[in-house]
Design a protein around this ligand. Sequence first.
Ligand code: ZN
Length: 374
Amino acid sequence: MIDDMSEAGRAQRLLGAALPDGLVNLPNDATMLMGFQRRLTALIDAVHRLKLIDQSTAVERAWLESCSGPTAGAFLRICPGLIGPSVRMSPREFTTTCLRRLFLPLPELAHTSARAGLCPALPAAGGRPCTRACDNRGAHLTTCATGGGAVIIHDTVNDALANFGFRQVYPPNLVLSKRSEIREHLLQKFGLRLARNAQLPFPTPDVMTLGEETLYVDTRITDPRGDSNMAQGAAAADGAGAGAAAEAAAAQKLADYRQAFEGNFMRETQFAPFVMEHGGRLSKSADKILRRLAALHEAKLLNSPPSNKLGPVGNRFLTMIRQIMSATLHKATSRRILTVSDRVLFTQASRARDGGEFRVLDALTIAEAVSGLG
Ligand SMILES: [Zn+2]
């Protein structure tokens, strides 16, 4: 609900801030008007923005906030010539990512059972199908664990962090990024290998460095539109929601590793959660990791001790790694959606052929696929 009075009051207050002192008629002194158009445009933007935020639902706000922050939209500025093929998006992946960013329904999902609110993810052989409700913006599908989809997205992001981040800075052979390898290493290191049912008393990290500096990173991808995140976001009330899902997941990770700190297996300062929200926003701890890698890269290149204040070399690295992480996440999530959609199309096409009537897809279905945003 929008209160017209408060809307008008707010606009007036903003107008007062934008205009030169007490301006009613245009002043004779032209210097008073310097930057006037810019201020007026900013004012109009601000009024529209407030109005839109007032009108948006909690889910829309959560998604908007998740699409903010330095890494979220970094994929948009990526230069394909500089970025390797593993990170480069296909035109379809790019389109899907842009649609998701704009919170528009995905035409690909209109062919699948997602249209009826059912999850189209195919379970692995012998696995059970997903019974959760599915939306047409990909919120559920990109987080759904059925058929290993969510794990693939997680591992893809984690590999990018290890390869384009850690292995650029640390000697590559001193960076572990396979969980089985890390688990084995830690069991050996802490002398737990000998025990029957050898087990780590804490979760297995996703990245670990060996050698002079031992660091542990646990990677997590979370969606601000998930049920528990929405409940928390609602509790956080207006404005404070940006990054709430990422911070909640980071806090949970620290709690999960409590045993490791208390048992002196690792110091809390050696551990950091790397959390990315599906919109692209990073947890504070994740941004700190990227900044730390940039500082180490700069120090290595300039042969100087790492500094907290990044110079041009460090900033270039930071921009690059942010673009890579952004593109990797969005590429992986788009692929998940497109793979499901392509499988459904293929199945429909082959069924139609079995019926004796050769028909790949009818015209209406194709029209819907390319234009049906409704
Ligand atoms: Zn599902």
